[in-house]
Write a protein that binds this ligand. Structure first.
Ligand code: NDP
Length: 445
């Protein structure tokens, strides 16, 4: 079956899942040439088998809020593919979560995990529960109710969830505590745990730092230094915070951060000290990014807008999917942006990707540039199995090496005739081939 036929077929079978169809279309469009070199793949109907998740678990989560009201949410785990290792991927808590979004994320995760060179399959899960505005006690009760079902489907050699939007250290702690209570087992069944109970050092930093390591490798291909460059960042959560921290450490000037209500622009740049304030505001006070301007009045707040009309040399989208439209991508290119590295998953729309690639600017898709998070999660699994903890330096060295290897793979499979590196193609082909060959070797099941 041709890639376009597979996509049409999936559209018919799974209507109402646009993000899933978008992700599948993007990958298939870039791997078709490679795939056609292997007639065996076609006979084994490999593409269709790789696009449809192995298993989906869907359940009701019932919990009680602080006023004694009984609430219900939906819970999901999409176990996409375990050809190269146990299922692995984050949990997202956000009101926008639905099955189509989790299917897109699990599909992407499969190729990303393959790219990391570590033995991890792909999965994703979560709930339409929003932690925003909830007390700690409510979040804890929700996590416990969620785990009451999830624990049946996960295990250190079966499926190892981690965090994502709305699921950080606090939530992982509650989920882990309840898994332990239900099973009587202390196992490396979740990653992103606290350092005192099996978490890896550098896991909180890993995704954001990894994005900047990847960005550095991209810039090096054109002999450009990150120092002094103006950086536009969206989001103000885990990925955005540590991407900003690493940019600042490298001497770049971070101009923007955002949340789902709007963005702030600081003409003087967000210094390390200002970023500490943002971390305190977002991680402990659970405040909004607009409060930054009360503390630093030279900065401006732009309600209901995204930062992509500001001028910057580099853009790091670190909030959510489809957060850069074609028009915004054009504005970035016009404003002089030379590189875009995705911290979020699929933040650029297909029109935006086209605009970046047509302008021949450096553009890295999330599955390559944000793979640092899951890589260090993989290293956390290794440390848990060994019952050892590595130093921050050891983990950081590993992370740098993995990001550099992923970059090399993108060059290997994505360099075009004119020398332009098509990172989308490179990442998709490299990620795909490993999973495809493993599936072929394991027979039809
Ligand atoms: P967080 O929950 O820590 O932060 C998410 C940030 O994005 C917040 O600032 C949030 O604002 C904003 N945001 C969320 N939804 C929207 C929306 N619909 N529109 C605008 N802004 C939004 O999540 P992470 O930082 O962990 O994740 C960010 C992205 O990075 C996601 O795409 C995730 O899948 C991806 N990612 C994360 C990894 C990790 O290790 N954490 C690994 C690889 C990828 P608000 O506070 O208003 O909700």
């Amino acid at each position: 079956m041709k890639a376009i036929e597979v996509v049409e077929n999936l559209k018919q079978r799974f209507p109402g899942e646009p993000e899933y169809i978008q992700a599948v279309s993007q990958v298939l469009a870039t791997i078709e040439d490679e795939y056609n070199k292997y007639p065996d793949f076609e006979r084994a109907n490999l593409i269709e088998r790789l696009c449809i998740p192995d298993r989906i678990v869907q359940f009701r989560v019932t919990w009680t809020d602080d006023y004694g009201r009984v609430q219900t949410n939906m819970g999901y785990r999409v176990q996409h593919n375990n050809a190269i290792g146990p299922y692995k991927g984050g949990l997202r808590y956000h009101q926008s979560v639905n099955l189509g979004i989790l299917k897109f994320l699990a599909f992407e995760q499969t190729f990303k995990n393959s790219l990391t060179t570590l033995p991890m399959g792909g999965a994703k899960g979560g709930s339409d529960f929003s932690p925003r505005g909830k007390s700690d006690a409510e979040v804890m009760r929700f996590c416990q109710a969620f785990m009451n079902e999830l624990y049946r489907h996960i295990g250190p050699d079966e499926d190892v969830p981690a965090g994502d939007i709305g699921v950080g250290g606090r939530e992982i702690g509650y989920l882990f505590g309840h898994y332990k209570k239900l099973t009587h087992q202390f196992q490396g069944v979740l990653t992103g745990k606290g350092a005192a109970f099996g978490g890896s050092l550098m896991r909180p930093e890993a995704t954001g730092y990894g994005v900047v390591y990847f960005l550095q490798s991209m810039l090096q291909t054109r002999g450009i230094d990150l120092k002094g460059k103006r950086v536009l960042i969206s989001g103000s959560g885990n990925v955005a915070q540590y991407a900003a921290e690493k940019c600042i450490q490298m001497g770049a000037k971070v101009l923007t951060l955002s949340d789902s209500d709007g963005y702030i622009y600081d003409p003087d740049g967000i210094s390390a000290e200002k970023l500490q304030y943002v971390m305190e505001l977002k991680n402990f006070l659970r405040g909004r990014i607009r409060e930054y301007t009360s503390r630093y009045p030279k900065a401006t707040y732009h309600a209901g807008e995204r930062p992509w009309h500001e001028e910057g040399d580099i853009a790091l989208p670190c909030a959510t999917q489809n957060e850069i439209s074609g028009e915004e991508a054009q504005a970035l290119v016009k404003g002089g942006t030379i590189a875009v590295a995705e911290g979020a998953n699929m933040p650029s729309t297909p029109e935006a990707i086209e605009a970046f690639q047509q302008a021949k600017i450096l553009y890295a898709p999330g599955k390559a540039s944000n793979a640092g998070g899951v890589s260090v999660s993989g290293l956390e699994m290794t440390q848990n199995s060994e019952r050892l903890s590595w130093t921050a330096k050891e983990v950081d060295d590993y992370l740098r090496r993995i990001m550099s290897d992923i970059h090399q793979n993108c060059i290997k499979y994505g360099t075009e005739h004119d020398g332009y590196i098509n990172y989308v193609k490179g990442a998709n082909v490299a990620g795909f081939m490993k999973v495809a060959k493993a599936m072929m070797a394991q027979g039809i099941d």
